[in-house]
Design a protein around this ligand. Structure first.
Ligand SMILES: [Zn+2]
Length: 99
């Protein structure tokens, strides 16, 4: 009934990603152990693309994020490396930032 793999991560990628995520037993954050980009965001190479880890992890569990919606981190979460599903939520911006 449920899609086993909504964003079609192949098993190697899934294993690679799993290995790079550690649960912080104190904060319950799922912390990424790999690279961060210049902005401090966790990134992961996937099919030749550099993807945001929290986004990729979210899409892996729930399917693609609808266009126009953002994945945001909850205020309680203090870790910049967190990909924990419980620490994120989908946000629909009501106003677009003016250019
Ligand atoms: Zn967190």
């Amino acid at each position: 009934m449920t899609e086993a793999n909504p964003c079609e991560l192949d098993s190697d990628t899934r294993k690679r990603l799993h290995r790079m995520l550690r649960r912080n037993t104190e904060t319950l954050c799922l912390e990424f152990q790999g690279a961060v980009n210049a902005n401090g965001a966790c990134v992961f190479k996937y099919r030749g693309q550099t993807r945001s880890v929290p986004r990729l992890w979210w899409e892996h569990h729930f399917g693609p994020i609808p266009e126009g919606q953002w994945l945001r981190k909850r205020e309680e979460c203090r870790s910049s490396r967190c990909a924990c599903l419980d620490h994120h939520y989908l946000y629909l911006p009501t106003t677009r930032p003016s250019a």
